[in-house]
Design a protein around this ligand. Structure first.
Ligand code: ATP
Ligand code: MG
Length: 247
């Protein structure tokens, strides 16, 4: 039995816009076990980013409970790579440690290891402008891992990439997840991507986002792109698409 690392109970988020209030999330409840890969899927504007932000403590929630261990480190990969253009790749990766005042040698050693893990060995000293979109997201993943976070939040990290690059990064993310034993909460509106990567898919409704259904994906954890042609994979995609489609 794994341990629950994160639990949400009836979480509601309301944004105040001038005189108007917008309810973004309604009674959202789910659990994430240690080492799981959980995807959140739902239509545009349903509250996926809001959900990650509230878990990371970047915004407040109006009611409900969020239970996570104390001193819990969270890594965050944003919808855009958000790299600092004037810093070399390695200096972007060490940025979170720099803020914490970790010594230089230790920082660079760790960053080099992570850049190797994400397939960017040899690109440590180039500037972001010389990288493709996929490579920038790899840098953002390395940067998010530098704290050695217990939980990695990823907000549509591959949404802007072309299909072959996205598939390649999906397969690499599966390898990185297994290599690092991280717990990952991953936002996407691509159902194929969610089924390929996850141990569990949480389907959200239109705004205000509610949990419509939680679907377990019990394929072996180590996956390769051949899975995409398998019948059991396609059945899961269709099952989730049907739930997704209903309102
Ligand atoms: N700071 C804010 N103030 C007011 N309303 C907001 C704010 N941020 C988000 N919203 C609204 O809350 C709802 C949920 O937004 P959110 O960005 O979480 O959706 P999302 O599922 O991530 O969308 P997308 O798929 O487009 O990224 C949207 O209707 C959005 O307009
Ligand atoms: Mg979003």
């Amino acid at each position: 039995m794994s341990d629950t690392i994160l639990e949400l109970k009836d979480v509601e988020v309301v944004y105040s816009l001038k005189e108007k209030e917008v309810k973004a999330l309604e009674r959202v409840s789910f659990k994430v076990e240690e080492g799981e890969f959980v995807s959140l899927v739902g239509p545009s504007g349903c509250g996926k980013t809001t959900l990650l932000k509230v878990i990371a403590g970047l915004i407040d929630f109006a009611s409900g409970e969020i239970m996570k261990p104390e001193d819990f480190e969270i890594g965050y990969v944003f919808q855009e790579p958000t790299l600092l253009e004037w810093r070399k790749v390695i200096d972007n990766v060490v940025l979170p440690l720099e803020i914490k005042g970790i010594d230089k040698e230790q920082k660079y050693k760790k960053a080099k290891k992570l850049l190797k893990l994400v397939g960017l060995e040899g690109f440590e000293f180039v500037y972001p402008k010389d990288l493709s979109g996929g490579m920038k997201q790899r840098v953002a993943i390395a940067r998010a891992l530098i704290y050695d976070p217990e939980l990695l939040l990823m907000d549509e990290p591959f949404g802007a990439l072309d299909v072959p690059t996205r598939l390649k990064l999906n397969s690499e993310l599966n390898r990185i997840w297994l290599r690092t034993n991280k717990t990952i909460l991953f936002v996407t509106h691509n159902i194929q991507e969610a089924v390929f990567l996850s141990t569990k898919v949480i389907v959200l409704s239109r705004r205000p986002g509610r949990v419509k259904k939680i679907v377990g994906i019990d394929f072996p954890r180590k996956r390769d792109l051949k899975l995409l042609d398998r019948e059991e994979y396609l059945e899961k995609v269709i099952e989730i698409r049907k739930i997704f489609g209903k309102g």
